[in-house]
Design a protein around this ligand. Structure first.
Ligand SMILES: *[C@@H]1O[C@H](CO)[C@@H](O)[C@H](O)[C@H]1NC(C)=O
Length: 420
């Protein structure tokens, strides 16, 4: 009975909790051209690529799936949107958006950067200081990863784990969760792909322990497990020549000593040769084991419970380079509530992914049939004796991949630069 009477109260409480979710930023591009008043293109360079609003070549919903699409090949892009500044102190921070590389991306960024509110948006560029960089990055076959970069005390730190990103042409949902207990989680399509702790998975702090600089291996430390057996001696008959004259060799009948010189038989390896003599090995009675360098607490290390904290979050931006353009960014969502973000992901990406895939498959099937028809016609024409070049192959597949992402892997300072 009590459970039943409590139920409305509990639900009301849950509702209240859900309603408490703070949504700092939400952008679905549902109001036509109005996004242009919210997103500001950087003027740091004069030739940034243009984003256009479109749902692309295939989609689940012609209106809802409209997002910002990069529209010029081999261009840098730099645009950003502002929101009421906030601090994530003591609260989770969730950054989420969708990416669709419908162009079969060869090389280009698909990530967002989250900036301090004092960013000069009109001058945003590759070196502008940011708090967080998150999302997929693809270049050739070797780079297909999800970046998770945090700025800590003015320096950018890359995650040490390798997180693979999606590389197909469909829309995918990327979510980063940063918790005040200094743990994090990365989700793709609302499923966890990586998680852990900030301290372990990035090099924010110097190591906790270091080798004691005072400690040295004692001079008389014997780390030889085996030694020569002193009582062992070389047998008298050990030494034999390594090579001997071939006993089967015969002087050829027509050998002329005047002409050919003195005949000598060829040499062959001596079957009795035993190599260099070495004494037997015995256990070393003085063996002390491998010397282990003692460690001490690193005086440079001091724990920091606020690595996760960003005081003045206020701008989200797309600052990236693309060789083959066509990527669509949509459904940006920044909140302090993990479930709210999951819900939003379900309502947006979750609702349109099925129909989108279906439309794509139908288009692919139609294309395949057209190719087939074309090839059939051509082979009939060829049979009729006409010479015909085979144009059935897509020539667009061969894209130049020499353009490298402006990013150098592994080096935390080598972040996307637009001044190359
Ligand atoms: C989102 O959708 C998935 C799959 O349908 C479901 O398991 C999950 O509970 C949903 N999340 C929310 C917050 O409703």
């Amino acid at each position: 009975m009590q459970i039943i009477t409590l139920f409305p109260i509990v639900s009301a409480l849950l509702l209240a909790l859900a309603a408490n979710a703070e949504v700092y930023f939400k952008e679905q591009f549902l109001d036509g051209d109005a996004w242009k008043t919210r997103w500001l293109n950087s003027e740091h360079k004069s030739d940034y690529g243009q984003f256009k609003l479109t749902a692309g070549n295939f989609y689940g919903d012609a209106e809802k799936d409209k997002g910002l699409q990069s529209s010029q090949d081999a261009h840098f892009y730099a645009t950003s949107a502002r929101f009421e500044p906030f601090s994530n102190e003591g609260k989770p921070l969730v950054i989420q958006f969708t990416v669709k590389h419908e162009q079969k991306i060869d090389c280009g960024g698909g990530y967002v950067k989250v900036f301090p509110a004092d960013l000069n948006q009109a001058d945003m560029h590759g070196d502008s200081q940011y708090y967080i960089m998150f999302g997929p990055d693809i270049c050739g076959y070797s780079t297909k990863k999800v970046h998770v970069i945090f700025n800590y005390k003015g320096k950018n730190h890359l995650i040490k784990k390798d997180i693979k990103c999606k590389d197909d042409e469909l829309t995918h949902l990327y979510t980063l969760i940063l918790n005040p207990d200094q743990t994090y989680e990365v989700k793709i399509d609302n499923e966890k792909v990586e998680s852990g702790s900030l301290e372990e998975d990035w090099d924010f702090l110097p190591p906790k322990k270091i080798k004691d600089p005072e400690a040295k291996k004692p001079e008389d430390w014997d780390d030889r497990a085996k030694i020569d057996d002193e009582s062992d001696t070389k047998p008298e008959d050990w030494d034999k020549p390594e090579n001997i004259p071939d006993p089967d060799a015969k002087k050829p009948d027509d050998w002329d000593e005047d002409m050919d010189g003195e005949w000598e038989p060829a040499v062959i390896p001596n079957p009795e040769y035993k190599g260099e003599w070495k004494p037997k090995q015995i256990d070393n009675p003085n063996y002390k084991g491998i010397w282990v360098h003692p460690e001490i607490d690193n005086p440079e290390y001091s724990p920091d419970a606020e690595i996760y904290k960003f005081d003045n979050i206020g701008v989200i931006g797309l600052d990236l380079w693309q060789v083959k353009s066509g990527t669509i960014f949509d459904n940006f969502f920044i909140t302090d509530d993990v479930k709210e973000a999951e819900d939003f992901g379900n309502e947006t990406w979750g609702a349109t992914k099925g129909p989108e895939k279906k439309m794509k498959e139908e288009q692919d099937e139609k294309k395949r049939k057209e190719e087939e028809e074309k090839n059939k016609e051509q082979s009939t024409e060829a049979d009729e004796g006409e010479e015909e070049e085979d144009e059935g192959e897509e020539e667009e597949e061969e894209e130049d991949e020499t353009d490298e992402s402006p990013e150098e892997e592994g080096d935390p300072d080598a972040l996307p630069k637009d001044e190359l």
